[in-house]
Design a protein around this ligand. Structure first.
Ligand code: DQA
Length: 144
């Protein structure tokens, strides 16, 4: 079963928006790097991004039957979404939360993430490399 890598709102603008915070790599670059590493690790991935909360909920629900694990950067929804945490609570496999920036070093409203109460691991402030670290950890967790 594949690992779902899910990305929340505005991450489609990665590389273009606030590069001093989020870096110059685009989401397409991140998707490619994840695909390369996944192949090396013998994992299959489904890489998705949406600006819509309900779409993210739908993908998390799909992972219940179709996914071995979820790596998620919920972006701004980390700090607001009860719907995403409810969907993740209905998923039984491993969940790793990724933030490109160190949310704890930033504005106070970013310090709390609803998703962290469900995540098995949290990676923040490691740039887009965080996705690759999360994939390596996922490999350990799914034992594939
Ligand atoms: C983010 C941090 C969030 O606070 C922000 O809303 C994002 C991206 C990150 O990857 O650092 O959109 O999740």
């Amino acid at each position: 079963k594949p690992i779902f890598i899910l990305n929340g709102p505005n991450l489609n603008l990665l590389g273009l928006r606030q590069p001093e915070i989020y870096g110059r790599a685009t989401l397409e670059d991140v998707a490619e790097d994840c695909a390369t590493l996944a192949e090396e690790l013998g994992l299959t991935i489904r890489f998705h991004q949406s600006n819509h909360e309900g779409q993210l909920v739908d993908w998390i629900q799909s992972a219940r039957s179709e996914g071995a694990g979820i790596i998620i950067n919920p972006a701004a929804y980390s700090h607001t979404s009860v719907a995403i945490i409810d969907a993740l609570n209905a998923f039984e496999g491993p969940v790793i939360e990724v933030h490109i920036s160190n949310i704890h070093k930033r504005e106070a409203f970013r310090h709390h993430s609803y998703v962290s109460a469900r995540a098995d691991g949290v990676i923040a402030g490691c740039g887009t490399e965080g996705y690759l670290l999360a994939l390596r950890r996922m490999k350990t967790m799914v034992g594939a």
